[in-house]
Write a protein that binds this ligand. Structure first.
Ligand code: UDP
Length: 406
């Protein structure tokens, strides 16, 4: 929500056709005063927290009693759940010991006891709290499991730990239907995530203000190429540095890697060190995190002022950073995987790449063809406006509620 605007819907009316807003209001009217509970593992860091902090106020404005709760868990649980995340995304070498399996289920019981979901719609996000439904003996309200990761080829043991609980849910939501191929359920929905165009991270910024912000961290005398991502192997930060090294031989640039250290991501610190070591004190590789004071407004400024944005993921459930970059009309080069493919139409509103060499080639192309880069940025903005703004996301949830209450 814009900090100055009284109403989120009013703000949307300034960028979208009024018909879109009226349609949403009409759908929401059926769920007036209904309660909606979102549960996930953390209030800080990563895409899910980003979505929920924006979605709850919009649902509230539509007179839906939405709340967002997280559960507390020991750090050791987040080690297990991160392993789970990697295993569900396809790492078959991971094995969970009996103790890890039992700790995982114990935590789910504790999470249930902490929250006791009893809303009309209980939306449980991601694998960490998924089995809490097993503790709900007399299930109250409808329960929906919302999976944000790419589970198309999961590690069998990890999938078994999850799939046991899935049939108890009333519906499942995946970002892409292909992630749900193994899910034992009749009601599976494809609902991609979204961004809030009025948040600090996405709102319009005058260029001069963006420059002032970016200048604090990086001089503006060379083109900036940026990847905003958790420090994580799936985001391929080392591949990004390799691509930068190819580009800089032909065209001097600065590479900025921005990554927050999320509370539920113990690998982050280790990977931040790996990335720093790999950058070998190159003064034109700037590595920043929330610990350097890089928060939402700074991310916003970097996404606007960069000549090219990268999201060179090897696996990516959706990739909100892609959405954010496209919304800001900056051309985005993304890994040719998962949810990035829902967003980037290769060669039209960005580029999809499979290799480091291709990444370098497309960066060079965009540096050398500013007119084309601008056109791609415009096309990217339009795609996000039509498909991936929060207002559309809420509408898709309302459609699901409607189906579940029929
Ligand atoms: N993000 C951020 N600061 C950072 C790194 C990431 O604010 O240093 C935000 C980013 O802007 C996006 C979210 O965290 O909103 C990451 O979501 P995405 O879907 O790209 O990846 P995930 O972290 O969920 O795998």
């Amino acid at each position: 929500m814009s900090l100055n605007s009284k109403s989120i819907l009013e703000a949307y009316a300034s960028i979208l056709d009024q018909k879109v807003i009226d349609k949403l209001k009409k759908k929401a009217a059926k769920f007036k005063n209904k309660s909606v509970l979102h549960v996930n593992a953390t209030k800080f860091g990563g895409g899910v927290a980003e979505i929920l902090q924006n979605m709850v106020p919009l649902m509230n404005e539509l007179a839906i009693e939405a709340v967002w709760k997280t559960f507390s868990a020991p750090d050791s649980f987040f080690e297990i759940s991160k392993k789970m995340h990697n295993a569900l995304q396809g790492n078959r070498e991971i094995h969970f010991t009996d103790k890890e399996v039992s700790d995982y289920f114990e935590q789910a019981k504790s999470s249930y006891d902490q929250i006791k979901p009893d809303s009309d719609f209980n939306i449980i996000h991601d694998p960490q709290p998924c089995p809490m439904i097993k503790s709900a003996e007399d299930k109250i309200g409808k329960w929906i499991w919302r999976c944000h990761i790419d589970t198309a080829n999961p590690n069998p043991q990890a999938w078994h730990m999850i799939s046991d609980s899935l049939s108890r849910y009333d519906a499942l939501i995946f970002t892409k239907l292909e992630y749900a191929e193994k899910a034992p359920h009749d009601l599976i929905y494809q609902i991609p995530p979204s961004i809030n165009p009025f948040s600090l991270k996405n709102k319009d910024l005058p260029e001069s203000q963006a420059q002032e912000i970016v200048k604090k961290y990086v001089p503006l005398d060379l083109p900036i190429v940026t990847q905003v991502s958790r420090f994580d192997p799936w985001k391929d930060p080392l591949g990004v540095i390799d691509a930068y090294r190819i580009v800089k031989e032909k065209n001097p640039i600065r590479l900025v890697l921005i990554g927050s250290l999320a509370h539920d991501d113990p690998e982050g610190v280790e990977w931040l060190k790996k990335v720093k070591d790999y950058a070998k004190n190159d003064p034109n590789i700037i590595i920043l995190s929330n610990l350097d004071g890089v928060g939402d407004i700074e991310v916003n400024a970097f996404q606007r002022l960069s000549t090219v944005l990268l999201q060179k993921s090897i696996k990516e459930g959706f990739g909100l950073t892609v959405t954010e970059g496209m919304w800001k009309k900056t051309p985005v080069i993304g890994g040719n995987v998962g949810g990035i493919k829902l967003q980037i139409d290769d060669g039209v509103n960005g580029f999809l790449v499979d290799t480091i060499e291709q990444t370098a080639e497309k960066i060079l192309y965009l540096l050398k063809n500013p007119k084309k880069a601008k056109q791609m940025g415009e096309a990217g903005h339009l795609k996000i406006k039509n498909e991936f703004l929060l207002i559309k996301h809420v509408e898709r949830y309302l459609d699901l509620f409607e189906t579940l209450t029929k």
